[in-house]
Design a protein around this ligand. Structure first.
Ligand code: SAM
Length: 279
């Protein structure tokens, strides 16, 4: 399946990585240095680098909330979509019993694998597998290599880049596997136009950053998400998921574990951030 249209989204992984390096997450600094994430970050945020620094703990909060839910499910297999250069594959494969399948578009995956190998971060229980989330064939290829046992599917920073049709396709492909294999899909990626407006009100710089991302990727978040979170959840029920559990990120992660110079802004953002267990 051709991936050129989606390949334009791949550089945004370096923006997420640079934020994580600023937040001091494990492995993030070395991955950021090896991948030239700072330059990619500056291309998108322009002269606002210092002004957007306060957002780094938000990415940390999403990471921590995802890890809390992953630990609760304790699945023997984790499949991450659109992995980019997330540190999660490395932290989770410190447990040698776990099988981790880090996936992304083929071009992004090749670039990222080269970086990971150059840093000596390869692991026997960590498999890098090319997977376009809208490709039935890529999911079928993954089916063949997944070991027995429940699967935790994870993605962070992907869904708002996908059109409605692509989101439905991805959801259906996951649902079909969950029915056979059991497990859960954990994501903080569901959002709405109401939420995007709330974020921009908390920090007006976000409007410019979102526009810059739209220019780079050709994807418009506002066009890809519905007006409300309830409508977003209803879309996933319609696909066939029967258990859609919404958590507050701020309930899973304490504010005191996030170092910040802007506690009020951070708290306001966290009030608008959820994470879901979908099955
Ligand atoms: C904002 S980045 C997020 C990366 C990573 N999850 C993180 O949090 O650092 C978006 C990612 O989506 C990937 N991507 C875009 N379209 C995709 C698709 N159709 N299938 C799989 N991955 C895709 C890109 O290659 C990129 O790695």
């Amino acid at each position: 399946m051709a991936t050129a249209a989606h390949d334009r989204i791949s550089p945004t992984a370096l923006v997420a990585l640079y934020f994580r390096a600023m937040a001091g997450l494990p492995y993030a600094r070395e991955l950021a240095e090896a991948s030239g994430a700072e330059a990619a970050f500056k291309r998108i945020v322009g002269d606002k680098v210092d002004r957007v620094r306060w957002m780094a703990p938000l990415l940390k909060a999403r990471e921590m909330a995802t890890d809390v839910l992953l630990a609760r499910w304790d699945c023997p297999n984790i499949v991450e979509f659109a992995t980019g250069l997330s540190q999660r594959p490395f932290t989770w494969t410190e447990d040698p019993r776990l099988h981790y399948f880090a996936t992304d578009l083929p071009n992004a995956l090749d670039d990222n694998k080269r970086i990971i190998e150059s840093l000596g971060l390869a692991r026997p229980n960590l498999v890098w597998q090319a997977l376009n989330v809208v490709s039935e064939g890529d999911f079928a290829a993954l089916d063949l290599i997944l070991p027995p046992g429940w699967i935790a599917w994870v993605c962070d920073g992907l869904i708002p880049y996908l059109t409605l049709e692509e989101q439905e396709r991805m959801g259906s492909l996951i649902r079909a596997r969950q029915k056979k294999r059991g497990g859960v899909w954990i994501t903080a990626d569901l959002t709405s136009r109401q939420r995007l407006r709330a974020f921009q009100k908390i920090d007006p710089d976000l409007r410019d950053i979102m526009q810059s991302i739209a220019g780079l990727t050709g994807r418009d978040f506002e066009a890809n998400v519905p007006e409300t979170i309830d409508e977003m959840e209803a879309r996933y029920s319609k696909i066939g998921f029967s258990n859609i559990i919404r958590h507050e990120v701020g309930e899973l992660v304490t504010l005191s574990s996030l170092e910040t110079d802007e506690p009020e802004k951070l708290e306001a953002m966290l009030k608008n951030m959820n994470i879901w267990e979908i099955s």
